[in-house]
Design a protein around this ligand. Structure first.
Ligand code: FES
Length: 111
């Protein structure tokens, strides 16, 4: 993994999150959604790969988010599509926790 090439942004505090509750944020202008599952925090794009439905407004159950627009489902741990109409996996971001602070990594922009 090229983690050293990733730019990490502080986005929230651990205490902001509740187990299994979707938490929308912006990271350098990108819509991202956080969710805490047991002791791990996951970050994924808040744009459905079908036609950009806001995933943070969907249902969350187990480890899957359901898009509120047409019902596509994705595993938030891996980004994998579990059910259409979306065909493409969602992007998942690296997450670091330091003390109480949560950081999400974006790949550096190409010039
Ligand atoms: S926009 Fe998400 S399923 Fe259509």
């Amino acid at each position: 993994m090229a983690e050293d090439l990733t730019d990490f942004y502080k986005v929230a505090e651990v205490s902001d999150l509740r187990e299994g509750k979707l938490y929308p944020i912006e990271v350098d202008g990108e819509p991202v959604c956080l969710v805490k599952l047991e002791d791990t925090i996951y970050a994924f794009t808040d744009n459905c790969t079908h036609i950009s439905g806001p995933l943070n407004q969907g249902d969350f159950d187990g480890c899957a988010v359901t898009c509120p627009w047409h019902g596509a489902r994705f595993d938030v741990r891996t980004g994998k599509v579990l059910r259409g109409p979306a065909r493409q996996d969602i992007y998942t971001y690296p997450v670091k926790v330091e003390g109480e602070s949560i950081f999400v990594g974006l790949p550096p922009e190409d010039e």
